[in-house]
Design a protein around this ligand. Structure first.
Ligand SMILES: [Zn+2]
Length: 103
């Protein structure tokens, strides 16, 4: 049960971190408009490409179409969000969840 909650907390943190990265790079208003695009060729990204924790390693940090290098910061914002959420949420979970019997 703890692992399930930890995964949910990490995913929520990754989503928030990813959004914070988009706001930081595009600005607040522009981040709420339109789908994400490649910064180099302008192609609209597919659903799996907007999850840098998956797509960055899978695509080896390059655009599927133009093969331009994707900024590492895109990955770092999402990974950082997951880590911050885990660091803040796990101690809280350990306090709130009832102790599991050993064995
Ligand atoms: Zn591209």
């Amino acid at each position: 049960m703890l692992a399930g909650f930890a995964i949910l907390i990490a995913l929520a943190g990754a989503a928030l971190g990813s959004f914070a990265g988009v706001v930081a790079s595009r600005g607040w208003r522009a981040s709420l408009r339109g789908r994400s695009r490649c910064e180099h060729c302008g192609r609209t990204l597919q659903w799996f490409e907007v999850v840098p924790l998956l797509s960055y390693p899978l695509l080896r940090g390059r655009c599927r179409t133009c093969h331009a290098r994707i900024r590492l910061g895109v990955f770092a914002w999402e990974a950082g969000g997951a880590m911050v959420a885990l660091a803040a949420g796990l101690p809280l979970l350990l306090v709130l969840l009832p102790a599991q019997p050993a064995g």
